[in-house]
Write a protein that binds this ligand. Structure first.
Ligand SMILES: [Zn+2]
Length: 275
């Protein structure tokens, strides 16, 4: 986005990319300091320059950690994300050397939110940003020691890239024209489990597992994630809503249900049937 850019459709702000030039130096689940989190480190056109970034939506500061140039922001109303979801946005920005934010401060969409920087632990000038598509302000260390939020989504599922130059980084980028008002957010599908099924659940589960592992419950085969200790069970015949269907690298399909991720099918079995 550019400074002072706004986008409101049907009375709801679209969640815009806060950067005018976006060069991603570390993406989600990145090996340096993003293991297990949907966070991105973004610099601008030239390395080392403290470019400004702007409020992706009208938001209020809810937490600060000045020694890291870090703030947690929350939208003042539900917003429309690039994946079509409409919910509150809660997001963290960090490393602003010029940090002067106060808790309770409201910044309108398009107004400058901060500057890229190196405050706290940073190897080069950038903005660390991670987005939760919820009102949940939880912020906790995951198994890798990285700070995680609940309901984190990757940036291509969050930002509209209109008027942002993508200099480095790949994603399924969405623009306002790709998400017509009133269509995608209502896409919810119903599935019924054909077996007793493991559901990947628990705090901090923000994406479907990369690979399926076969197990049996009550003598019947079913697919589960590799980290079984975080799985719960849906009994055979359970009907659930899937707000999105994800295909993973081993070809398996997973439904994102309200309680977690559930395997719908893999290469040889159908575990859940569409209703
Ligand atoms: Zn980072």
């Amino acid at each position: 986005m550019k400074v002072n850019q706004k986008s409101i459709r049907d009375g709801i702000e679209d969640f815009l990319c806060p950067f005018t030039d976006m060069y991603i130096t570390q993406g989600s689940n990145g090996g340096y300091s993003h293991q297990g989190i949907m966070a991105n480190d973004v610099r601008g056109k030239e390395a080392g320059v403290r470019y400004p970034y702007y409020a992706p939506c009208t938001c209020k500061c809810v937490q600060i950690v000045p020694s890291y140039g870090q703030a947690m922001w929350q939208s003042t109303a539900p917003v429309r994300f690039a994946n079509g979801r409409i919910d509150y946005a809660t997001f963290v920005t960090a490393h602003d050397d010029s940090f002067n934010v106060k808790v309770g401060q409201i910044v309108p969409q398009g107004v400058q939110l901060g500057n890229m920087g190196t405050k706290g632990q940073a190897t080069g000038v950038h903005c660390h940003i991670q987005v939760s598509q919820s009102k949940d302000t939880s912020w906790y260390k995951n198994q890798y020691g990285n700070n995680q939020m609940n309901h984190e989504y990757d940036l291509d599922a969050c930002y509209f890239l209109d008027d942002t130059n993508i200099l480095s980084g790949t994603g399924d980028w969405k623009y306002l024209k790709d998400v017509p008002v009133g269509t995608i957010e209502n896409k919810t599908e119903f599935y019924q489990t054909n077996y007793n099924m493991h559901v990947r659940t628990g705090p901090g589960i923000t994406s479907a597992p990369k690979k399926v592992k076969d197990l049996t419950i009550d003598g019947k085969r079913n697919a589960t994630s590799q980290d079984l200790n975080q799985d719960a069970i849906y009994k055979k015949g359970t009907v659930f809503t899937a707000k999105e269907i994800i295909q993973n690298q081993d070809g398996s399909l997973w439904g994102h249900s309200p309680s977690g991720y559930i395997c719908i099918q893999d290469n040889d079995m159908i575990y859940c049937t569409k209703k």
